[in-house]
Design a protein around this ligand. Structure first.
Ligand SMILES: Nc1ncnc2c1ncn2[C@@H]1O[C@H](COP(=O)(O)OP(=O)(O)O)[C@@H](O)[C@H]1O
Ligand SMILES: O=C(CO)[C@H](O)[C@H](O)COP(=O)(O)O
Length: 517
């Protein structure tokens, strides 16, 4: 029944679109479905979005990024049955309105957000990665691909035909090497927090000292490790990052990336090119071509478009990394504002007028239009918590913590050996003992110790010359823990708040919107 209903809705949408195109020729749309209101008309003022003016769209969405009254939030699982149609046919979406889809592929799962040109959310959803196994280990290629298409299938059918642009963010330095002719993976993906120390001496011999690539977990180390340990024929090999590869599945043009994802393979976003010391290497032909984040690559592949009901003019654009998408979602727009992504990891991003790169501490700067996002990513964070507690236990135990009382427990919580920032040490081991009798006290000590790592990170950025942090917004799963926020505020000595939009998927949707402006 819902299928028939959805088809009817799609038909009505197309009918309105056609009529509206005719109506537009008589200058005014006579088919506005959206109740006219002063608020809406004031919000409808056109703002030009220049390269540096990206923030216009971001600022405008500041006050309107939340769900609007009466619109149901399509959370997690798709709705079933007839009610699906009623809820999905949100009649206050102007049928000729364009919508923008952002998808975030993090460590534990993927999420999507669909917004309109004012940044209002029309639908959200999420999927955990299915544990697709092949010879005993997780087949990430299959798991991500399955997640991509199952997420697309959870998008309400009535909204799909309005989606005109798609972008995706992924984990930074998560590296795939593919055959550019067949698209087949030539090796398993290497994840963002995996290290290839075997390649580090070679990287350090070709790159400037303390360059961002001089870290075992850099994309360049992963590329060189593959290059030196394979005697496969390599002339048609191409390197892609997780977000690039997922976007390629949608647009079909292999070997395209963005200057955020490409930072850790050595791309220099300041001069908008690969440096000569990298272009002269025998493997430079594997490097992807680079565009700015939110640049149209091509249209959505026809088979996907027709199967899922996306419009002919739906474009796919370059993405970014997950912590930058989280920064975009938080709409922090001034130097001194920072975003801490408290997901499986702890990634900090501080808007700075000065660029700072120092691999000795895992510090690097991403470009965001005409500004710098200085920061780094620690392996501490939610992944450690998930090893010890379920989300429900975290919620229950956190309620019993007095966040104004300092914990005397001094841990360095890591999910496994290896740390990237603010201590760059692939051999660093976790410190999570002594464990007190009380789980409340234990969790308190862990949350406070993670807060101390965060504070150390921001202090390090200041020592290295970045703009001093004034305010911290929080994104990611940990942002909903108010007790943790209070602990962090006490430890950091700064105002700390949950970002208006805590999901990186919202930032990716802003990129999709920007691509079409
Ligand atoms: N109430 C909570 N307090 C602190 N951390 C939490 C809470 N609920 C969930 N988390 C943590 O959030 C993390 C998931 O956040 P998410 O942003 O989805 O991560 P990612 O995108 O990196 O996979 C989990 O590791 C989990 O431990
Ligand atoms: O830790 C991560 C996993 O979520 C981040 O993807 C990554 O390391 C952050 O890197 P960047 O600063 O380049 O976005």
């Amino acid at each position: 029944m819902s299928k028939i209903c959805s088809n009817q809705h799609i038909h009505i949408i197309h009918l309105f679109k056609t009529i509206n195109k005719m109506a537009a020729s008589i200058h005014h749309s006579i088919w506005s479905l959206r109740p006219s209101s002063t608020q809406r008309s004031s919000c409808r003022s056109k703002k030009s979005i220049s390269r540096a003016g990206f923030w216009n769209i971001v600022d405008k969405s500041n006050s309107r990024g939340q769900m609007q009254f009466g619109r149901s939030n399509y959370k997690s699982e798709p709705r079933r049955g007839m009610s699906n149609c009623k809820e999905n046919s949100s009649t206050d979406v102007e049928f000729w309105e364009k919508l923008y889809l952002g998808m975030d592929f993090g460590t534990s799962g993927a999420r999507y957000a669909i917004i309109d040109k004012e940044g209002i959310i029309h639908s959200e959803g999420k999927k955990d990665y299915p544990p697709v196994l092949s010879d005993g280990s997780i087949d990430w290629v299959q798991s991500w691909k399955t997640t991509l298409f199952s997420l697309l299938e959870t998008i309400p059918v009535t909204l799909r035909s309005l989606i005109t642009s798609i972008s995706i963010d992924g984990t930074s330095a998560t590296t795939l090497i593919l055959d550019s002719k067949t698209g087949e993976a030539l090796a398993r993906p290497l994840l963002y927090n995996e290290s290839c120390p075997d390649a580090l001496p070679i990287v350090k011999s070709i790159a400037p000292s303390n360059h961002t690539v001089c870290s075992g977990s850099s994309t360049l180390c992963k590329l060189i490790s593959w290059w030196t340990s394979n005697d496969l024929s390599k002339e048609s090999a191409v390197l892609m990052h997780q977000a690039d590869w997922l976007l390629w599945l949608l647009h079909g043009k292999i070997g395209v990336s963005d200057y955020n994802n490409a930072l850790k393979v050595g791309y220099d976003p300041e001069v908008d090119s690969y440096p000569p010391w990298l272009k002269s290497q025998p493997y430079s032909h594997l490097l992807p071509t680079i565009q700015a984040p939110g640049t149209v690559i091509g249209t959505l592949k026809e088979d996907i478009r027709t199967t899922l009901g996306f419009p002919e003019d739906c474009v796919v654009c370059t993405g970014t990394t997950d912590s930058i998408a989280a920064f975009l979602a938080a709409r922090a727009t001034q130097p001194g504002k920072a975003v801490t992504s408290l997901g499986s990891t702890l990634a900090i991003k501080l808007m700075s007028t000065t660029r700072i790169d120092d691999a000795r501490f895992g510090v690097y700067s991403h470009r965001l239009d005409d500004k710098w996002l200085v920061g780094g990513a620690s392996n501490t964070g939610g992944a450690v918590l998930r090893q010890l507690f379920s989300d429900e236990q975290l919620e229950e135990l956190s309620k019993q913590i007095n966040p104004m009382e300092a914990s005397s427990l001094d841990y360095y919580p890591l999910p496994a050996k290896g740390e990237r920032f603010p201590i760059a040490d692939p051999n660093m081991v976790p410190r999570l003992s002594p464990r007190p009798e009380s789980d409340v006290a234990y969790l308190h000590g862990i949350l406070e110790s993670i807060a101390r790592i965060e504070a150390k990170g921001y202090a390090l950025l200041k020592e290295l010359g970045a703009t001093e942090v004034q305010q911290v917004f929080t994104a990611g799963g940990g942002s909903k823990n108010n007790k943790w926020t209070t602990i962090r505020e006490r430890v950091l000595g700064l105002p700390v708040s949950q970002a208006l939009q805590t999901e990186a998927a919202y930032g990716a949707a802003l990129l999709a919107l920007r691509a079409t402006q």
